[in-house]
Design a protein around this ligand. Structure first.
Ligand SMILES: *[C@@H]1O[C@H](CO)[C@@H](O)[C@H](O)[C@H]1NC(C)=O
Ligand SMILES: *[C@@H]1O[C@H](CO)[C@@H](O)[C@H](O)[C@H]1NC(C)=O
Ligand SMILES: *[C@@H]1O[C@H](CO)[C@@H](O)[C@H](O)[C@H]1NC(C)=O
Length: 830
């Protein structure tokens, strides 16, 4: 028996009727520095009647990807399926388990649909067309006989349209037990009718002929036609609900063959429309919805009494050929919608100056890490603009232009940009032959993550340098087309490569490894991908492309809130995850097509799982991190946020997201951060906190910046602090004292330099040894918060361990105290 290959790795009234689908962003042939390359895994004969571009990331790409175009794909839900040479296998998972980390719906095949004349060769099935959600497959013999199947996500029926072919249905879940209650055996028995209720190990299926009575010869393994058949046969799983068979009977005569996607915009609202093309007029189309649809459907007509449990929760029927789904669009583009709070201004400026002075030209080694650095620089330029510092804007933009120029060098470089001709898309050239390069970019993994960062950075350069934009516009547009092409009229790029319109979010998986299981484990970067597209569209100045990018963003953000954010206390009966134990984990790390769970391919800390779904935290994400989710996550993460073994780069992201509901607490906690990771920086963090809604109205940056200048330090004993080359420890035992220079540093504090020895004061991370002026560099151990009190004295807090400096019995300064034990010092200008 053939086997599937399992590869795991507001009503707008009249505007509804206005076709709003927009044209291509561009149609010219990509002309890239790396020329053309061909992926080593070109599409199989599935696409024999077509030329690229082909979808690379959708739910059904496993039907077409090598080595054998027979991967098990999750879809068309509620079914999972695979297109074998011997026929189309499909089934609905009966088994949903929660293993403490994930819910898993183990794929299963219930039936194989085929025809007796099937030559069973690799090239004897192919697609005859596809659209934004569905794909049609034709199984054919040389005589022309065969069948066509329309794989339309959401249909409770599998439809097989036979063309002069003999029906052959094979049970894949144990033997066939009964037909209409009659036991069947190895000896053939004949059944005639237009409906058959067939039971095997998977449960009961209803089989309907829409072309009059047929006779099936049944054994306990197969159902075979006794003559050739012309017309539609439909199969549907009958569920345990007593009403399910009657509902399936009632609506079986109308079937969908494809679906068109449409959208219209009214101000900041969008209506996304799915219009199924159907055959049959006597009853309306019965089609299944997921929880995210039910949040957005306008005037849905639900049918109760039939439901299927899938990884995204229960699918439930809606009547009608057309659905309208309403989404609120983001209204924020470059900058946050309010000015930074005054309490933070000085600190933002200090951090900004420091970070820009320390920037270097980023040389691309890949798309992903380079892109993160490029976008971080872009955000610094935007903040410099927001803070009224055009001088700093131009120095960042100049560095970004130097960095971007590397992409024009082409193939002599280890990393270069090329157009991939097998499937059609822009790739990291060397990656077209190696899925391990750049996270599989050359195999179409992660394009929306990678190109979102690039588009974001490029749009910011373009905003400030129109000559650069004019020179680079065509090149940059190629990346926008790769992830955000709106139109089938673009001959080089598939439409919205990563977006699964029916699933309500994107997939990150491309064609590697037979294009098996789909996944997405950093929804934050997917959302950011469409933010990059939006900023590109703003530079383009094209309102259609702006709205299209906003729709891609809004659907992804809604997907995050529905399927990645978990709500432990939710009483919502329509949650995708009825398992309270899963929801207690607060964040899904990876949504896959057959499972979803609180885990990552690369890390297991709670903070990592949460932060990778949040980052990069940018102004447009206001509202994305909803209060219920943040509140639940905050207590779930509490232990890790005080654990020194958990990376500051994750804590920084979580504090930024948390500032949506409490910027003061976020600020207090972030003063000990010394590492910001790849998509972040001290300036970005401070500016984000300073521009939040601030529900309490209190000051946000409550810790004033360190004093800046050269001072002597006097202890409450009256003695001054000294440190010499011979005795580097800081001891309050002198009558004159050593002059120290205080400079602001990112990290919520600053460094302290001994002006006599030119050594920085360093703190012991364990708070055992005295402070010592013994380092010629200033990094995390050399960072202190120097905080002024109302009486004019100061306390020193070492960032490295969060402890306060006390004065020991011999006058030595040690970072070993709680805040109540902090010694008070006077700073006298030198
Ligand atoms: C079919 O029935 C025969 C006996 O009639 C039995 O030996 C065989 O195992 C059955 N096959 C399946 C797949 O149940
Ligand atoms: C099977 O039972 C259904 C009623 O559930 C009936 O409509 C149909 O004609 C029967 N089919 C056959 C082949 O007996
Ligand atoms: C957008 O939708 C909101 C909420 O449904 C509604 O209050 C508002 O009037 C709509 N705006 C437009 C321009 O349709």
């Amino acid at each position: 028996m053939s086997r599937c290959s399992r590869r795991v790795a507001v009503p707008l009234l009249c505007s509804w009727f206005v076709a709003a689908a927009i044209g291509p962003i561009d149609t010219s042939a990509p002309s890239l520095p790396g020329g053309n390359v061909a992926n080593t895994a070109p599409p199989g004969p599935f696409f024999q009647d077509f030329r690229p571009p082909f979808p690379t990331t959708g739910w059904w790409v496993g039907y077409a990807a090598p080595p054998s175009q027979n991967s098990l794909v999750a879809g068309p839900f509620p079914y999972m399926s695979c297109a074998l040479d011997t026929g189309l296998q499909f089934g609905i998972s009966n088994q949903r388990t929660f293993d403490g980390t994930s819910i898993i719906q183990e794929p299963q095949m219930d039936w194989q649909a085929s025809y007796l004349e099937n030559p069973n060769t690799h090239a004897s099935h192919k697609t005859t067309g596809w659209d934004s959600q569905s794909v049609t497959i034709k199984y054919f013999a040389s005589s022309g006989v065969g069948f066509t199947t329309y794989l339309v996500p959401g249909s409770p029926y599998i439809t097989l349209n036979y063309d002069s072919a003999t029906i052959l249905l094979t049970s894949e879940a144990g033997g066939i037990q009964t037909i209409n209650g009659t036991t069947v055996t190895a000896s053939p028995a004949s059944f005639t009718g237009t409906k058959f209720v067939v039971a095997n190990g998977a449960g009961k299926y209803a089989i309907y002929s829409l072309a009059g009575p047929i006779t099936l010869s049944a054994t306990n393994t197969t159902l075979t036609g006794t003559t050739t058949f012309n017309g539609p046969l439909r199969l549907a799983r009958i569920t345990d609900e007593t009403t399910s068979e009657g509902i399936l009977d009632q609506y079986a005569s109308t079937y969908p063959t494809s679906v068109s996607l449409d959208y219209s915009f009214a101000g900041d609202n969008a209506t996304l429309s799915f219009a199924w093309n159907v055959i049959g007029t006597t009853t309306p189309l019965l089609h299944l919805s997921w929880p995210h649809h039910r949040k957005r459907l306008v005037s849905p007509q639900y049918v109760s009494g039939l439901s299927y449990l899938t990884t995204k929760g229960y699918m439930k029927p809606v009547l009608g050929n057309t659905w309208h789904l309403n989404y609120a669009l983001p209204t924020i583009n470059w900058q946050p919608p309010r000015a930074p709070q005054a309490s933070c201004t000085q600190q933002i400026l200090e951090a900004l100056e420091y970070e820009i002075a320390n920037l270097a030209v980023a040389v691309p080694g890949d798309f992903y890490y380079w892109g993160k650095e490029f976008q971080t620089m872009a955000r610094l330029a935007l903040i410099a603009d927001n803070m009224g510092r055009p001088d700093l804007v131009s120095s960042v933009v100049s560095l970004m232009e130097q960095s971007f120029a590397y992409w024009h060098n082409g193939a002599p470089q280890a990393t270069y940009v090329a157009y991939e001709t097998g499937w059609g898309g822009v790739v990291d050239g060397p990656g077209a032959a190696n899925a391990n390069i750049d996270f599989g970019n050359g195999f179409y993994n992660d394009h929306h993550f990678h190109y979102g960062y690039m588009l974001h950075g490029a749009a910011v350069i373009a905003k400030y340098d129109s000559a650069w934009w004019n020179a680079n516009r065509q090149f940059i547009t190629t990346f926008a087309r790769d992830i955000g092409n709106p139109s089938t009229a673009d001959p080089y790029f598939t439409v919205a490569r990563c977006k699964d319109w029916f699933a309500g979010h994107s997939w990150a998986s491309g064609i590697a490894n037979g294009a098996g299981t789909r996944d997405q484990e950093s929804i934050g970067e997917a959302i950011n991908g469409y933010y990059g597209l939006l900023l590109f569209a703003e530079v383009l100045g094209d309102q259609d492309v702006i709205n299209w990018a906003r729709l891609l963003w809004a659907t992804e953000a809604d997907g995050a809130q529905t399927y990645w954010h978990l709500y432990p206390n939710s009483a919502d009966p329509d949650t995708p995850y009825p398992e309270a134990g899963l929801r207690a984990l607060t964040t899904i790390g990876n949504v896959m097509d057959f499972q979803a769970g609180a885990w990552l391919f690369w890390g297991m800390q709670r903070s990592e799982i949460a932060a990778i779904q949040m980052l990069p935290v940018t102004p447009i994400n206001e509202g994305l991190y909803d209060t219920a989710w943040l509140t639940g996550s905050w207590s779930y993460l509490a232990n890790e946020l005080v654990d020194p073994n958990v990376g500051d780069e994750w804590k920084a992201v979580i504090y930024m997201a948390y500032s949506e509901i409490d910027p003061q607490t976020a600020f207090q906690l972030s003063t000990t951060i010394a590492d910001w990771g790849g998509t972040n920086s001290q300036t970005l963090l401070l500016h984000h906190l300073a521009t939040r809604k601030n529900p309490s109205g209190q000051n946000i940056c409550t810790l004033p910046p360190n004093p800046i200048g050269t001072f002597t330090i006097r202890a409450s004993s009256g003695n001054f602090v000294s440190s010499t080359a011979a005795r580097t420890n800081l001891v309050a035992d002198s009558t004159t004292g050593t002059p120290f220079t205080f400079v602001g540093m990112p990290g919520g504090g600053g460094s302290i330099l001994n002006t006599a020895t030119l050594q920085y004061v360093t703190a012991d991370p364990n708070g055992v040894y005295p402070l010592s002026a013994a380092r010629w560099w200033a990094l995390a151990w050399e960072n202190f918060n120097v905080v002024k009190h109302a009486d004019g004295t100061y306390v020193f807090q070492a960032t490295v361990n969060g402890a306060y400096v006390t004065v020991g019995s011999s006058g030595e300064l040690v970072n070993n105290g709680a805040v109540a034990q902090a010694a008070r010092f006077t700073l006298d200008p030198h």
